[in-house]
Design a protein around this ligand. Structure first.
Ligand code: PLP
Ligand code: COI
Length: 343
């Protein structure tokens, strides 16, 4: 296989979708004998790893996702990268992997954005430069145990909307499968959770849905989250509700929207959300770094379709939250202190 490097002129920024492109530079650091190497930028997107590497057999891997946003003044913002490294270190602890230093992570993100700056999409296109940090066990082994050696990579790829249609509502279904066990790895951002979501996700796509709304793995009674985003619903009496559960990812977008909701007169609440109660929601959405805020037009549960606000129009609160969040991320409006990092 050979490397096909992307060129900035190849991109139609307003229509780039959400896919991998091989950019000139990525950051890598290596953990050996109990410490991280200095780390630095590397050009090749290919890595040489033993066939026995832990990650290929027992899935010792954690990852993150964050974005770089081109501002109107030409500069570039990162959104809450401190939260990504804190969560990555928590995921790493669950998977018996080493911590990576917070400051070093943020500087490495900056270095990757700077080195690939021609690929940060222009302001006003809605596109962003997605950063994908990940760490995996490289020690060759066949016995089930944690690796001793790890590689951390941060690559970047320009992206547009994750769910087809962007801010257009799409249809979802609940499913019979779980993505994570009650006391399993749902709170960790680790590849196994996503492997478990592939079949239900594919079934949902074949049936014409954007994704699955997972239910709690013990009872299948309460809403959890989507395959790649957290869930929110707005009630008729002005609550911004999002599920409380030990088996979902602690989303940075969710934490941010819980903080912003009161600006729009919404009362933020993390609570158990029975699927039997979903008709209480006047608007429903998916939220995440890739998903941003994606309106959920309908959820089909046990063969019955529940429509929220509209299957074609974006609800007023969803639009207000989307506009406010993206205005902060792109630097058009000031948000709470410490949310935006200049690259
Ligand atoms: N839930 C899952 C399963 C995800 O993959 C993601 C994406 O990162 C989220 C929620 C949203 O998290 P965040 O807002 O931190 O991107
Ligand atoms: C993200 O939003 O950053 C994610 O990692 C979700 C993934 C499904 C693309």
């Amino acid at each position: 296989m050979s490397e096909t490097k992307a060129k900035p002129e190849d991109f139609d920024w307003e229509n780039i979708g959400f896919s991998y492109h091989d950019l000139p530079y990525r950051y890598r650091a290596y953990y050996k004998d109990g410490q991280w190497s200095e780390g630095g930028l590397e050009e090749s997107s290919f890595m040489s790893v033993s066939e026995g590497a832990q990650v290929f057999h027992y899935g010792q891997e954690v990852f993150e996702g964050l974005k770089a946003y081109r501002r109107k003044d030409g500069g570039v913002n990162l959104f809450r990268p401190d939260m990504n490294i804190k969560r990555m270190n928590k995921s790493a602890a669950r998977l018996v992997m080493p911590e990576f230093p917070e400051d070093k992570f943020i500087e490495a993100c900056r270095a990757v954005v700077k080195a690939n700056q021609d690929f940060v999409p222009p302001y006003g296109t809605g596109a962003t430069l997605y950063l994908r940090p990940f760490m995996f066990g490289t020690t060759p082994m066949v016995g089930v145990k944690p690796a001793d050696d790890f590689t951390l990579v941060i690559f970047a790829t320009p992206v547009g909307a994750y769910y087809k249609g962007g801010l257009a509502p799409t249809a979802y279904e609940t499913g019979a499968y779980d993505r994570a066990a009650h006391a399993g790895t749902g709170q960790a951002k680790t590849s196994g959770n996503y492997a478990a979501s592939l079949l239900p996700g594919q079934n949902a796509h074949k049936a014409g849905f954007s994704d699955v709304v997972y239910l709690d793995p013990r009872l299948h009674e309460n809403i959890e989250e989507l395959g790649g985003a957290n869930f929110f619903g707005i009630t008729a009496d002005g609550k911004f509700q999002t599920p409380k559960s030990p088996s979902i990812l602690p989303s940075i977008t969710k934490k941010s929207l819980l903080a912003l909701a009161p600006e729009f007169g919404l009362e933020p609440e993390e609570t158990v959300i029975p699927v039997a109660d979903i008709d209480k929601f006047t608007e429903v959405g998916a939220m995440g770094t890739a998903a941003v805020i994606s309106p959920v037009g309908s959820i089909t549960h046990n063969g019955k379709k529940h429509v929220f606000f509209s299957e074609t129009e974006v609800g007023p609160y969803t639009r207000k939250l989307y506009n406010r969040l993206t205005a902060i991320q792109f630097g058009d409006e000031k948000g709470p202190d410490g949310w935006v990092y200049d690259v």
